[in-house]
Design a protein around this ligand. Structure first.
Ligand SMILES: [Cu+2]
Length: 177
């Protein structure tokens, strides 16, 4: 019987571990009206100082919100919010003071657009790693979300899904081995 109990315990641990790495983090889910989905960081190339992170932030509230700061203990010297703009025909990254999440809408951070910029990373971001970031907003409590590190050539999940079918796009959370 002992063996069965141990097995069940291991299974529970596995299920909990999976749940923590899910596309909608439990902390974000608990917060309720600001779910964070498809949160990922591009794996860094050894020697790279910087890395970028992406996600979809939804706002179920009737008030707009503004993401103003992202923090993560020890991951990087500095974490900024960036966008891309055309300067003299070249795509350039530029820091933004905040990222608006429209009322009853969403904002998408994705390659080539808005992103979280990790400057002076402490260690390489290795594929499969999960990092918990804290997202600070101007008018709601901070939210914690787990970001999974995806391969260097990963382009992001299909961003055009609605709120009702995002469970179809979960593969990237555990299919990267
Ligand atoms: Cu950037």
């Amino acid at each position: 019987m002992k063996r069965v109990t141990l097995l069940l315990t291991l299974m529970t641990v596995a299920v909990l571990a999976f749940a923590r790495g899910g596309p909608e983090s439990p902390m974000a889910g608990r917060e309720g009206d600001t779910p964070v989905n498809n949160a990922w960081i591009r794996a860094s190339i050894p020697g790279d100082d910087n890395a970028a992170g992406y996600m979809v932030i939804r706002n179920r509230n009737s008030e707009p919100k503004r993401l103003v700061r992202v923090e993560a203990d020890g991951l990087a010297r500095r974490i900024e919010l960036h966008t891309h703009t055309m300067v003299d025909g070249l795509m350039r990254m530029q820091e933004v003071e905040g990222i608006e999440v429209p009322a009853r809408g969403e904002v998408i951070l994705e390659p080539g657009g808005l992103h979280i910029m990790f400057i002076g990373i402490t260690n390489d971001f290795a594929e499969g790693d999960i990092h918990r970031l804290t997202l600070y907003f101007d008018n709601v409590d901070p939210i914690e979300a787990d970001f999974i590190v995806e391969p260097v050539d990963y382009l992001g999940p299909d961003m055009h899904q609605g709120e009702h079918d995002h469970h179809n796009h979960d593969d990237h959370d555990h299919g990267s081995e």
